[in-house]
Ligand binder design. Structure first.
Ligand code: OOG
Ligand code: NI
Length: 466
């Protein structure tokens, strides 16, 4: 029996091979990421692996996919369930001030520490919101829905194998091969002609709506490797002549610990696609739908840490609005004033999550009774818990940066944005109903991991709760 984690690792690997074949710049990105990681390990040694082993980081990817309906999302959940990936977090990208996108999203990923260490593959998954009247008229919404009702993204054999894997905890070798082949195929770019008029009509409202509802299949939209030094990666890609977006999204590079997530991306080249013209003839056109992205991961923040992060972001925006400057430089100044610059500082202020363990060589005598003293006196070590999720503002920036420069932007229908969603409530409950399973709260997962590590420490030392 091939367990979930091996199916997940196999899927990530085969998807990566497929994507590299389809998008050559992705292969360049992966090669440069691997070079950067090797150089950082050489430079910083064991310290470089504090947030994950080099084995994990080298294999680590996240993907992004987009679907049209609750039924399609429910099927996606079954496929990822077969890989031991569960929905975590709710992201609503419709309200992002300058970059609204008509989708709500979650991320499918492993949820326990052992599974994450074996392979952390995750997929940011978005569902279109056709009932949001800020973007779609009732008439267009109805046409979109009947278009979706007539397409099939995932065949019955794939779904049946997915359910079997979920029930059995894995698949035998033969089924595993079939499942992985069909699953990877489902996310390839289709060669079926694109209906040019329909695609263009949707594109006027939203390039993302066209990407989701303009074609009869889905595809992996990007696949993102993880690097240990994203600034270095950015410079090396630029030196290769690949134009990156203007900025690295997320926290700045500064003297303190890396927290949350830093990401940057580049636009993929236009890809040739066959088009069906209004008169029925088939021509060759081109679409830019896929892109490249890379990320660096830092320490997971508690709700208090996240609130601090959001406050600092607002402060950076305010300063930039008041007097123009270089965002990265202003950000560093804001962070130096507003954020602890050591792991211990983050821990003591309750801003980040850590996993605790009894030191390999604890001092003798009776152990102290508080976590702070246990750490201070060398009984216990604290290792940061890595952030496994996404950031809504960065996600909106990633979506948007790859749409701009086209003739359309996702700002919704002209003049229609003020009317509100008019009865369409796209909240976490609605997403959970579509997914057909509970959507996990990311904070609760990190907190549970931290709490379990503390219980293991007190049990091992034979002391009461700390
Ligand atoms: C998803 C964009 C979000 C990220 O890394 O924040 C994302 C999409 O483009 O479909 O992948
Ligand atoms: Ni991404």
């Amino acid at each position: 029996m091939i367990p979930h984690w091996r199916l997940r690792a196999g899927f990530a690997q085969e998807l990566s091979t497929m994507y590299g074949r389809e998008v050559p710049a992705y292969t360049t990105l992966v090669e440069i990421s691997e070079q950067v990681n090797r150089d950082v390990i050489r430079r910083d040694g064991a310290e470089a692996q504090r947030l994950g082993s080099i084995g994990r980081i080298t294999a680590e990817r996240h993907g992004a996919i987009r679907v049209g309906t609750p039924a399609e999302l429910g099927q996606v959940a079954r496929i990822f369930g077969a890989l031991g990936m569960h929905p975590v977090g709710f992201y609503d990208l419709r309200d992002a001030a300058s970059s609204a996108v008509p989708v709500i999203s979650t991320a499918f990923r492993p949820i326990d520490a052992t599974e994450l260490a074996l392979n952390p593959f995750r997929v940011f998954t978005s569902m279109l919101t056709p009932d949001d009247r800020r973007f779609f008229t009732p008439e267009l919404s109805a046409r979109l829905k009947s278009f979706f009702a007539a397409r099939q993204l995932f065949g019955p054999e794939l779904l049946e194998l997915a359910d079997r894997s979920e029930q059995q905890g894995g698949l035998d070798e033969h089924d595993a091969d079939d499942f992985l082949r069909l699953a990877v195929q489902a996310f390839e770019l289709s060669t079926e002609p694109v209906d040019r008029a329909w695609y263009a009509e949707l594109e006027k409202i939203s390039a993302v709506a066209a990407d989701i509802g303009g074609v009869r299949s889905t595809h992996i939209n990007h696949l993102t490797p993880r690097v240990l030094d994203i600034d270095d990666l950015y410079r090396r890609m630029t030196a290769r002549g690949i134009t990156m977006i203007d900025e690295i999204q997320g926290p700045p590079r500064w003297r303190g610990p890396d927290v949350l997530l830093r990401q940057t991306s580049f636009r993929a080249l236009a890809e040739a696609r066959t088009m069906r013209e209004p008169d029925g003839t088939v021509t060759t056109g081109s679409l830019r739908v896929r892109f490249g992205e890379v990320e660096a991961r830092g320490i997971a923040l508690t709700p208090a840490g996240r609130a601090r992060y959001d406050t600092l972001l607002t402060e950076i925006d305010r300063l930039l609005a008041a007097s123009p400057g270089v965002r990265a430089e202003i950000a560093v100044q804001v962070w130096e004033k507003g954020f602890p610059d050591t792991e211990a500082g983050l821990r003591e202020a309750g801003l980040a999550y850590f996993s605790y363990a009894v030191d390999q060589a604890p001092p003798g005598g009776p152990p102290p009774r508080t976590l702070a003293e246990l750490i201070g006196r060398g009984w216990v070590t604290a290792t940061p818990i890595v952030y496994e999720d996404f950031l809504p503002r960065s996600a909106a920036g990633i979506f948007q940066s790859n749409l701009s420069g086209e003739n359309t932007r996702d700002t919704g229908r002209e003049g229609a944005r003020d009317t509100g969603p008019e009865g369409a409530v796209y909240d976490q409950d609605r997403l959970a109903a579509a997914v057909g399973r509970e959507i996990h709260d990311p904070f609760a997962l990190y907190a549970a991991e931290q709490a379990a590590s503390i219980t293991a420490v007190t049990t091992k030392l034979g002391i009461p709760e700390v």
